[in-house]
Design a protein. Structure first.
Length: 469
């Protein structure tokens, strides 16, 4: 490559020797950025039209280039073309292929007025835009599944937990919808992010903008962007939208991991709240009885990859000066891995959620275990004028009595209730039932059946609204 631009590269004229092999290996990116071919082709077509409009490309040459780009696209989709070992990146590879089809003069003219710096900043945004739409669609489906399952379980109850200890009873439907809301927020995060992402850096050139009078607004519109970034330095060097995308991906992973952890625990023999469908579980190579929650475990484990990708990119971006630096090549592998990971995990989790069976009798039988109606007894005393601080002490003493006698709250005799506190009259027994406990949580967001039904309707309306976007 001494003294000239080499095949599959976009530089070389000022160098007296070609690159060392170690530099070539380190610099090469076609092994991961080849997936950006469709975006490069779209942008090259738009760029060719802009060159033609500005008088730098004849109408005949434009038609030749556009036809060649379409054949390249067809070959890419059919897997008939691959990058060569000499190709430095997707941009160099596609220029080489285009030159092979339309000649060096015409194929080499397409580089005028643009740089790899504004190209890659644009392509990453286009890729992330498409990926976000796929993730958004699967998240919506997961929410729909949770809503459907919440309808199927009716008004059955289960133990609600804090510190993973029995706390207060909740409806199973309330529990399922509690996992739907974080997914909704992640969809909303994607929508908020999309507006910031959908601004084109194309036309920023290497850093200072293009000097050939091309129209970046026209290119942005053709590529589906809402506008052009107002500062070429910022446009070519910023990757905050990628970091923000990776945060959303990490948050999705964290939310899935929390749900996965509970599925793992609740499907164990000790709980037996859930049975996984055979199609969404695995066995053991040694123990024939095993039924393992591998989907949930992998979802929990892969959340670590998503967190690592976010952390890795943020660390790369820290302290980078304006404008483009080669460090930014590292953004794509983090981005691609997070997208690939979620596109594996989300459909599998959707199948797991839609197919698993609930053992509602077991869940409801345990709903009041662990003295989880104690707070309801304290609330009952408050309604009869007892300060909550004192009610808390009284009910604490009642629980201690029950533990020492090996009985539940409702099994304590009237005489023993009175001996613990004069406030514990037979009237408190009305608060010692599962039905009264659930019904009393009637404020917005509570687990009372009417509130859960209202919550479900609100969620359905929100899903329908988000589905229209």
């Amino acid at each position: 490559m001494a003294g000239q631009t080499g095949e599959g590269a976009l530089w070389g004229g000022r160098f007296s020797s070609g690159p060392d092999y170690t530099l070539q290996r380190l610099s090469k990116s076609t092994h991961f950025d080849w997936r950006l071919v469709p975006y490069d082709l779209d942008a090259t077509a738009a760029h060719a039209r802009a060159l033609s409009s500005a008088g730098h490309l004849s109408s005949g040459d434009l038609a030749t280039v556009l036809a060649a780009l379409e054949t390249i696209r067809e070959d890419y989709l059919a897997d008939r073309i691959q990058p060569r070992e000499s190709d430095e990146d997707v941009h160099g590879a596609l220029e080489r292929i285009l030159i092979e089809r339309v000649g060096e003069n015409l194929g080499g003219s397409l580089r005028a007025g643009r740089s790899r710096n504004d190209q890659i900043a644009t392509f990453v945004r286009m890729y992330a835009r498409d990926a976000s739409r796929s993730l958004r669609s699967i998240l919506l489906e997961c929410v729909r599944i949770l809503i459907q399952r919440s309808e199927e379980v009716g008004e059955h109850a289960m133990p609600g937990r804090t510190h993973f200890q029995h706390a207060q009873p909740v409806l199973v439907a309330h529990y399922l919808l509690a996992h739907a809301w974080p997914m909704i927020r992640n969809i909303q995060r994607i929508d908020d992010w999309s507006a910031r992402n959908n601004v084109s850096p194309y036309g920023g050139g290497a850093l200072a903008g293009g000097g050939l009078g091309l129209d970046p607004e026209a290119i942005a519109s053709e590529l589906g962007f809402d506008g052009v970034q107002p500062n070429s330095l910022d446009g070519t060097s910023s990757r905050d939208v990628v970091a923000e995308f990776l945060y959303i991906a990490a948050q999705i992973g964290l939310d899935l991991s929390r749900l996965a952890e509970e599925i793992i625990v609740y499907s164990s023999a000790e709980f037996s709240y859930i049975t996984l469908d055979d199609a969404f579980a695995t066995g053991s190579s040694m123990m024939p009885q095993k039924k393992n929650p591998d989907i949930a475990e992998l979802a929990r484990g892969k959340s670590g990859r998503l967190l690592g990708n976010l952390s890795g990119l943020l660390t790369t971006l820290k302290g980078l000066p304006l404008a483009y630096n080669r460090d930014l090549q590292e953004d794509k592998e983090h981005l691609f891995d997070s997208v690939d990971t979620l596109l594996l995990v989300l459909p599998a989790m959707a199948g797991l959620l839609s197919s698993m069976s609930f053992h509602l009798d077991t869940m409801e039988r345990n709903a009041t275990a662990g003295f989880s109606l104690a707070t309801d007894v304290a609330d009952s005393l408050v309604r009869h004028g007892v300060p909550f601080r004192e009610a808390h002490e009284v009910v604490g003493a009642l629980v201690a009595h029950c533990e020492s006698q090996g009985v539940d709250l409702h099994e304590v005799s009237d005489a023993d209730l009175a001996s613990i506190s004069p406030h514990l009259t037979p009237a408190v027994r009305s608060s010692m039932t599962l039905e009264s406990s659930l019904a009393s949580k009637a404020g917005r967001g509570g687990t009372a059946p009417k509130q859960v039904a209202s919550q479900r309707a609100e969620l359905v309306a929100l899903v329908n609204s988000l589905s229209e976007n």
